[in-house]
Design a protein around this ligand. Sequence first.
Ligand code: ASP
Length: 321
Amino acid sequence: MAAAFLSTPAMAQDWRLVIHGGAGTIARDRMTPERDAEIRAALTQALEAGSAVLADGGSALDAVEATIHVLEDDPNFNAGRGAVFTAEGRNELDASIMDGRDRRAGAVAGVTATRHPISLARAVMDHSPHVMMASEGANLFSREQGLEQVDPSWFRTDERWEQLQRWLARDRADASDLSGADYKYGTVGAVAIDMEGNLAAGTSTGGTTGKLYGRVGDSPIIGAGTYADNRACAVSATGAGEFYIREGVAHEICARIRFLGETPQQAADFVQTETLALGGDGGVIVVGADGSWAWSFNTAGMYRGMAAADSAPQVAIYGDE
Ligand code: ASP
């Protein structure tokens, strides 16, 4: 009895989970009713996985990982299965995770054989002295950690392959357009606050279609694509990674909340506007240390969803809903 009493949080707090499945040119007239329904079902399934952890008193960190597993396995999203292809026709995956309690973090870049890159990022955090590991070293670490390995063909979908072919055949005048909105949507992310008031954030992606060998985007960069700090907020970003790195988007949002006292919505909107001014489009999801939350994006749409202890889950796709 005593142990049960001690493990009960002193001040139980309502949990909340916010997710995204990428931002981009996601417009109603480009979507079939079947695909619309499929995406909403996938987002709902991911919310259910994370909500089950949080409703059971589990940690924000476990909830973020469980949520992202579902999205990594779903071919509709650019993470795990369904990842976009590099210019050389490979799937090179990036992911990161962060614990708001103590700002421990783990990240991997350019990994090619781990079914769930988010769990490899977590293994780097939990079982190595490092924050970030890349490419072959990270692949080796994944095997040593006993994480599930898959053949590279596991990640392949015909749709992403065709996307690469269109990219390779594109008008070369577009080559400087790193935002390439048509070619990158589908990165996934989750942010959560648990019953103990702890925050966590995670992001997983295949990156951008046609990316060059060795290119790493914002998703595995702590402070750019992912950040969590119990003193402020948890953030996961999606969008034109080069610009999100330059702006330091996820950390910048937390800093505005922490030092200026802005709400998650104010901070997210401000930083999104500044990033767009640099040339980078995309979106973010945020949950604050007080449980308040926001999503903010400057693309036509963003796959997104929210579940909480005290409200019905919601999922949305387009900018006007
Ligand atoms: N931010 C990701 C990257 O640049 C792509 C995306 O979110 O769509 O790798």
